[in-house]
Design a protein around this ligand. Sequence first.
Ligand code: NAP
Length: 310
Amino acid sequence: MLIAITGATGFIGKRFMELAAEGGHRFVVLARRDPKAPGQVRFLSWSAETRLDAEAMKGVEAVVHLAGEPVAQRWSPEVKKHILQSRVEGTRSIVDAIDLAKGAVKVFVCASAVGYYGSRGDETLAESSAPGTGYLPDVCVAWEAEADKATRLGVRVAKLRIAMVLGCEGGALKTMETPFKLGVGGVLASGDQWMPWIHLDDMARLILYALENQQVSGVLNATSPNPVRNRDFTRIYASVLHRPAILPVPAFALRMLYGEMAQIILANQRVVPEAARKFGFVFQFPDLTMALRQIYPKRLCSKTVSAVVT
Ligand SMILES: NC(=O)c1ccc[n+]([C@@H]2O[C@H](COP(=O)([O-])OP(=O)(O)OC[C@H]3O[C@@H](n4cnc5c(N)ncnc54)[C@H](OP(=O)(O)O)[C@@H]3O)[C@@H](O)[C@H]2O)c1
């Protein structure tokens, strides 16, 4: 099918496009720059403020919307405004274009984040759990509300509350890798906090699954069935990299380094993929050790660090 996609240049978008293109899908890429990606048949210059015309969705049957200002940066008031606006206005722009397509678009898969739940201790968080309070839950609630407007147009909508995505090419591991490989990684704060995570390939497969399976709609937690505490994540990550992890990082140091954004790193979120399992999705990497071993078979992801440690 012809899929319109935003976020094609991003960590998740790139992997998703590779996977979907292998399966014969083709893309209309909506982005700020032309990625000339696999399977791309058309490029449209797009940012969150763009008002698309009826031609934009010509021939398009499905839309995948991943674009958004990166959250993993220091949150100045300006950055917080961009994080919110890029998601709310961006989703509105896409839903307006779906509306103009007058029934041609059948399915809309929209990113959201486990940030929806806030920090909740040991509580098990399924899709029906209430949102948390604070900046990030508010952003996710507003983002999902815009996506829901497509439901009123008769479109099948799947909203993916994405957890920390694990892969070599980007995301959290790209930041964590260097200190761990240098043997200066360690437990964050108390280490008790639950960390939901998902392997990049499962993330890409889940987007494709949501597109291709009629029964999938509503909210799906995009997270492996086995969230781990930070203490266990640290131990497993260090052991897969064959490095020690003995230097704990206190919460105050993270707050000094990252400001308000540190709340993402310190969040306690025991999120489980109840809906994905109910809809029949099978995780290829349900176990963290298995996932990290696939990501780091023998080679080291980052060239700079491999030069230091080999
Ligand atoms: N990766 C994770 O662990 C994770 C976890 C939870 C939720 N998510 C969500 O999943 C989505 C995709 O994540 P990702 O890791 O692939 O993100 P990413 O690598 O940061 O890529 C973000 C994409 O959004 C576009 N973008 C950034 N700022 C934009 C703006 N102001 N207006 C329009 N487009 C903009 C970028 O396009 P340009 O090339 O034009 O910059 C890029 O294609 C994001 O919404 C993210 O919040 C990701």
